[in-house]
Design a binder for this molecule. Structure first.
Ligand code: ADP
Ligand code: MG
Length: 311
């Protein structure tokens, strides 16, 4: 519930800041991928596009949710030999490439580890060292860190083939914009304060773009005053402890943005900055557990004080 309230609060900000003027958008709320998704679409065929995106989201959830036994991924995890469509095998190839690209910090086969900590059954517990090493040696697919981003890309493809002007989709905290607002001003997206339900700053993005945040406040449990969150370090099998409270990635591609936000969160500020320097397809905003904000040179961040990371 806490998570839902936070998402709604930030979405409220986005609505206030981002609306296309002149016309009213079609709005639709969908519950998929274990979270609330809000669609806002402007244009002649916005209604039909919203319907199609809603069923796309439900379909992707049904196919790729590791929590659903009968999903494609559930069957793959049980070792069933299933023929994949080209699109499906492309997605699995791409997440594996993203894993290599991030030196394994994004690992799409961490299900057993997340399960050992109770994140799947939502029966949280601290596993023993033996349980952690057993889980690390049992790779099972979980696209939880990439699926909402991929859904954003698929939704964009659908919007490109519809008669709509522009759209902003909140896919459970992953923001996906499409096209240009009617008044030609950039989309304005609030970055949530990891320590509260307000926001620390505003990102401006132009055109079609994904803005994805991974944070230690999104899903967690507390025991003896210690917070155990849901982003696992594949090297230790424990919640990543890199000194970051959140990472926001801005990227034209949603899947890449999603995988990278998780990876950079695991890698921490220094290694994350290195990866950014070697890349040219994304920008990032890092917030440390001390509340310091760092933004890469190309991130259009305003409304807060921060240190710029240069090339
Ligand atoms: P959220 O899904 O809350 O927006 P993320 O995109 O960072 O946040 O994804 C976190 C989810 O990804 C976890 O709930 C888990 O299912 C899975 N996961 C956890 N650690 C990793 C990791 N290192 N690499 C890839 N997936 C992970
Ligand atoms: Mg992610």
């Amino acid at each position: 519930m806490k998570r839902l309230l936070c998402l709604l609060a930030v979405w409220g900000l986005i609505l206030g800041l981002a609306g296309c003027k002149n016309t009213k958008p079609v709005q639709k709320t969908v519950f998929a991928m274990d979270t609330v998704m809000d669609l806002q679409i402007w244009g002649a065929d916005a209604e039909a596009a919203a319907e199609r995106i809603a069923s796309l989201l439900t379909d992707l959830d049904r196919t790729w949710s590791a929590a659903k036994e009968e999903s494609l991924i559930g069957q793959l995890n049980r070792g069933k030999d299933i023929a994949l469509t080209e699109e499906q095998s492309q997605l699995l190839t791409r997440v594996q490439q993203l894993s290599e690209h991030t030196s394994g910090a994004f690992d799409p086969q961490m299900l057993s580890v997340s399960r050992a900590w109770g994140f799947y059954e939502k029966e949280y517990r601290i596993p023993t060292e033996e349980e952690i090493s057993l889980a690390l040696s049992d790779p099972k697919w979980d696209l939880g860190a990439a699926l909402k981003g991929y859904a954003g890309d698929r939704a964009v493809a659908l919007l490109e083939n519809s008669n709509v002007d522009c759209a902003i989709l909140n896919l459970g905290g992953n923001i996906q914009t499409y096209g240009q607002k009617a008044d030609k001003t950039p989309w304005q997206i609030g970055i949530q304060n990891p320590g509260g339900s307000d926001y620390v700053g505003i990102l401006s993005v132009v055109g079609t773009c994904a803005v994805v945040t991974s944070g230690d406040y999104q899903r967690y449990f507390e025991k003896d005053g210690i917070r155990y969150h849901h982003i696992m370090d594949p090297e230790t099998g424990c919640p990543a402890d890199s000194g970051l409270a959140s990472v926001t990635v801005i990227c034209r591609n949603g899947l890449t943005a999603d995988a990278l936000s998780t990876a950079l969160f695991v890698m921490g500020l220094e290694k994350g900055t290195e990866l950014w320097r070697q890349s040219n397809d994304f920008e990032a905003v890092f917030i440390t557990t001390e509340g310091e904000i760092y933004a890469t040179a190309g991130a259009a961040l305003s409304g807060c004080e921060y240190e710029v990371i240069d090339r």
